[in-house]
Write a protein of this length. Structure first.
Length: 207
């Protein structure tokens, strides 16, 4: 099993080669990673990133359970990589201009049904204030969308990941994504035929 400094450096190097890094919410809750490229950002042998800094850090979070005090959102600057939090988008929307998707920004993929509920809208407002950008998509299999003030997403309801990937490309210009887990997210990507190349790496994302 890969472990220690070598494993972490390899993971950070792979992240630096992509436009975004994606994890599921369960992985975020259990591991609380930072998903940075801090171990390789200054390495002379690496090609420069398109924007000269870190890839987007994306969480598949259908019910907006991302904690406000998680490492991704801590401190007002994103993970110590020099990516400052940009102004939040207007309260009513789920997307932002492409310019808002700066290097290292945190993007939460959630369900439109979640944002349509009162609790979900309130959580979204707090997460935006903490520096997150939010992209809302439909449910896998075309599940029913909730109306304003209605129920939020059910516990087993999953994102339409094909729509999410298209949204990331359209809104943020993302051309490649490194998926670090967990199992449910990887299974959904394969089930929805969204995955192409597969690389086997450490069992959990390094910090």
């Amino acid at each position: 099993m890969l472990s220690g400094d070598l494993s972490m450096a390899l993971t950070h190097t792979l992240r630096a080669a992509h436009g975004a890094v994606l994890v599921g919410c369960e992985t975020l809750l259990s591991d609380n990673p930072r998903l940075t490229v801090r171990l390789v950002a200054a390495a002379a042998e690496l090609p420069p990133l398109p924007d000269g800094a870190a890839p987007l850090r994306v969480v598949a979070d259908s019910r907006l359970r991302t904690p406000l005090d998680c490492n991704l959102l801590g401190g007002g600057t994103q993970g110590g990589d020099g990516a400052a939090a940009a102004p939040a988008p207007p309260a009513g929307g789920s997307s932002a201009s492409r310019g808002a998707f700066g290097p290292g920004r945190v993007v939460l993929l959630t369900l439109r049904r979640t944002l349509a509920s009162r609790d979900g809208a309130a959580r979204a407002a707090r997460l935006r204030e903490a520096g997150a950008l939010i992209l809302a998509v439909g449910a896998e299999g075309g599940g029913a969308e909730g109306g304003g003030g209605g129920e939020g997403a059910a516990a087993g309801e999953r994102l339409d990941l094909a729509e999410a990937l298209v949204a990331l490309r359209r809104e943020a210009g993302v051309e490649s994504i490194m998926v670090e887990g967990g199992v449910a997210l990887l299974s959904s990507l394969m089930r929805q035929r969204c995955a192409r190349p597969l690389r086997l790496g450490p069992p959990r994302p390094s910090p």
